[in-house]
Design a protein around this ligand. Structure first.
Ligand code: DON
Length: 329
């Protein structure tokens, strides 16, 4: 693993680091656009963008950072955070665990000790969490989610209707999961309501820039760094980052923690968001996925950035992080 460090002499160091990460991946054509939801196949496989937003309110971008794509499973992190705020950690813990599963995101598997989903970052856990939001807010649930996502992004987000319909028409595996959740007492609302909310949350359009700001809002303890608008509860952010660190990249989570070492969440739309606590939101968009459902160029680009700045949580010096903190105004 390359660990060459670069002294940060000016703010443009962010841009050159992004350009380096981008250049390292632009010729990487490995992987394939997700096709199990028909509408996702319409993504342009060549699009690639990366963005870094700081907790002090600046953004640096390279490539296609303004192209909309559906947030997909990246939503799971933000919705989990909102469920903790709305329902409290005790009720959430009754419905979903916080253990890595080591299984694919759509696995039909439950913790044998509790009969609950292993964690909120896999589909089973995320559907249970959507059920909690619906239990608390009923028909207002989706408006609440998209409003808070928009507050975090500092930009009004919208629903991609055709992806939503495509998900709803083809999500039979998720339907099976929802009914098992009901049978296991991990769902207290009709499965169709939890599923509908889950399909909608996955179908929210974002750009890489939006995602970077959403990550920066987590980094900034739940408040958007530019608008100063509250989006997430501070205690819930801490719990969410912990689960992102251990479970955010599915059955690649261990490798990710080992190589990149920051809390992150990926989605089959091709997005990844990463958070450097109190400092940065980092996002990538490139729709070609590896067999585990993570964006190939995104994983590669994050690796380059983490090495460049020394972002890994357990980097022995973490020099990059302290440099960034002192440079960003
Ligand atoms: O449940 C699904 O199939 C999607 N709506 C979300 C999946 C997803 O993004 C998993 N990601 N890697």
């Amino acid at each position: 693993m390359a660990t060459q460090r670069h002294a940060l002499s000016s703010k443009s160091e962010f841009e050159s680091a992004l350009e380096r990460a981008y250049a390292s991946q632009i010729d990487n054509h490995a992987g394939a656009v997700a096709d199990y939801i028909p509408e996702l196949t319409k993504a342009n496989p060549d699009h690639f963008g990366m963005a870094i937003a700081t907790a002090k309110g600046r953004i640096f971008e390279v490539g296609n950072t303004d192209i909309p794509f559906t947030i997909q499973s990246v939503s799971k992190a933000f919705v989990f955070c909102l469920a903790l705020e709305l329902a409290g950690p005790e009720l959430v813990a009754e419905r979903v665990g916080v253990e890595p599963s080591g299984d694919p995101f759509n696995a039909i598997v439950f913790d044998p000790g509790t009969n609950r989903p292993f964690n909120p970052m896999v589909n089973a856990g995320a559907i249970a969490v959507a059920g909690i939001i619906y239990e608390k807010l009923g028909k207002d649930a989706f408006a609440f989610l998209i409003d808070r996502f928009s507050d975090a992004a500092g930009n009004r987000l919208d629903l991609n209707q055709s992806v939503y319909q495509s998900e709803a028409e083809t999500g039979h595996r998720n339907r099976a999961i929802a009914h098992l959740l009901l049978a296991n007492d991990a769902l207290a609302v009709p499965p169709d309501e939890a599923l509908d909310l889950y399909f909608r949350q996955c179908s929210i359009n974002v750009s890489a820039a939006d995602l970077a700001w959403m990550g920066a809002t987590f980094a900034n303890m739940g408040t958007n760094p530019v608008t100063k608008k509250f989006a997430f509860d501070i205690a819930a952010v801490r719990s969410t980052l912990a689960v992102m660190f251990t479970c955010g990249m599915y059955d690649y989570a261990g490798h990710w923690a080992y190589d990149v070492g920051i809390p992150a969440k990926s989605g089959v739309g091709g997005g990844i968001v990463g958070v450097v606590n109190r400092q940065l939101g980092i996002a990538s968009y490139s729709p070609r996925l590896d067999p585990k459902g993570n964006s190939v160029r995104g994983v590669g680009g994050f690796q380059v950035l983490a090495d460049h700045f020394g972002l890994h949580a357990f980097d022995c010096t973490n020099i990059g992080s302290s440099f960034i903190s002192s440079l960003v105004r």
